[in-house]
Design a protein. Structure first.
Length: 103
């Protein structure tokens, strides 16, 4: 039996963030957490064991590079995926692909 997979979503748009987290949490094996700013993302990343980080649209390049470096430094095995929308089917596919199970 597999445990719950924690997924961190970082996005700049409150409505999209709420939708993505809701879609992630619709899967009983996933626990989605959404944040809007980098400091909050770093704080929560240190408190929870995340398997995947989703980067939403609107994140500046410098910010993205800094976040990726931070996450990789704390957990070299973390998977980081850019998610720019496209509906729940695409989101689920991206997550399953990133986690390495195509079921």
């Amino acid at each position: 039996m597999m445990g719950t997979t924690n997924i961190l979503y970082i996005g700049r748009h409150p409505e999209i963030l709420a939708t993505v987290v809701r879609l992630i949490n619709a899967n009983e094996n996933w626990n989605g957490v959404g944040v809007m700013n980098d400091e909050e993302a770093k704080e929560i990343f240190l408190k929870k064991d995340f398997s995947l980080v989703l980067l939403g649209s609107g994140i500046q390049e410098e910010s993205e590079a800094e976040l990726c470096a931070f996450f990789k430094n704390k957990n070299p095995n973390i998977r980081i995926v850019q998610h720019y929308g496209g509906g729940s089917g695409l989101l689920k596919s991206e997550i399953l692909l990133a986690l390495g199970n195509t079921k």
